[in-house]
Design a protein. Structure first.
Length: 286
């Protein structure tokens, strides 16, 4: 990549990441102001963490760590990158549909495994209900991450970097709408998450089409490239799982204390603000 292109990419990603982090901070301020620390907040955080936990594997985690370098190589050499990306998209979509179906059925077990301290309290039932509404977010955001990887590999950074802003905007609008209409804020909140996933996917899918990167979901094909993709992705998934175990352990401990899960979540959001603006931006562009 030429230096000027590298600089442009870094500045573009940094700008949108900064906007996303600032709006994310505003989102959390409004969230704590409207819902506040307590059983409902704890249940929401635990339920929202489930799709985000799996997202580390299927979105910007292990899958993209394997997919993006392979796609970039094909894109630069002209080896039919759209065909490879379409095969990856089809396979990923099938896996995500199966994962979502299983998670919806076994949501109580997932909540118990990640927030065992909720057992015997209202937080458990709330988290199960919220989880079943929000878990499909993993399907949309993971496919969106694949399209983002395709766009980044082609040097089209803006749409991929702007996509996270959509979630923050829709959550903020949902909470404000609940406040204005007097509706049940948490229901507005949890339903805004899958809606945001659809919007994020639509944004990057359309941007990829405009860039000439037209991908299609079809019948998954077990090609040599797909086998290589799996071979590379599995070790990356195991390595990424270490961080997720740390997060789960932290939440398990916090779930035994009233309001602790919500406060821990708020502290983590503050920590993410400076991390994303520089570190993540450089990683994406390189």
């Amino acid at each position: 990549m030429k230096p000027i292109r590298l600089t442009y990419g870094f500045l573009t990603v940094s700008f949108w990441t900064l906007i996303s982090r600032v709006l994310g901070l505003l989102r959390e301020i409004i969230l704590f102001g409207v819902i506040g620390p307590g059983p409902v907040m704890d249940a929401f955080v635990a339920a929202f963490r489930l799709p985000n936990m799996f997202r580390r594997f299927f979105a910007e985690g292990a899958f993209n760590a394997a997919f993006v370098p392979m796609f970039s190589k094909k894109y630069q050499s002209g080896e039919n990158p759209n065909r490879f990306a379409s095969d990856a998209l089809s396979g990923l979509a099938l896996i995500l549909l199966a994962l979502t179906a299983v998670a919806m059925i076994f949501m109580p077990a997932l909540v118990w495994a990640t927030a065992g301290g909720f057992g015997g309290t209202e937080r458990f039932d709330l988290a199960v209900g919220f989880g079943r509404i929000m878990f499909p977010y993993i399907f949309f955001i993971s496919l969106a991450a694949l399209f983002s990887g395709v766009l980044n590999a082609g040097g089209h950074f803006a749409a991929a970097a702007a996509a996270p802003v959509v979630l923050n905007i829709l959550v903020i609008l949902a909470l404000l709408a609940a406040t204005i209409t007097g509706g049940q804020a948490v229901l507005y909140l949890v339903w805004s998450v899958p809606v945001a996933g659809v919007a994020q996917l639509a944004l990057v899918w359309a941007a990829a089409g405009r860039a000439g990167l037209r991908l299609r979901i079809g019948r998954p094909r077990w090609t040599q490239d797909m086998r290589r993709l799996v071979v590379i992705a599995v070790p990356a998934a195991l390595a990424g799982g270490v961080m997720q175990i740390n997060l789960v352990v932290g939440q398990q401990v916090a779930s035994g204390f009233d309001k602790a899960v919500g406060w821990l979540y708020g502290a983590d959001r503050l920590y993410q603000l400076p991390l994303g603006v520089v570190g993540i931006a450089i990683g994406i562009v390189l």
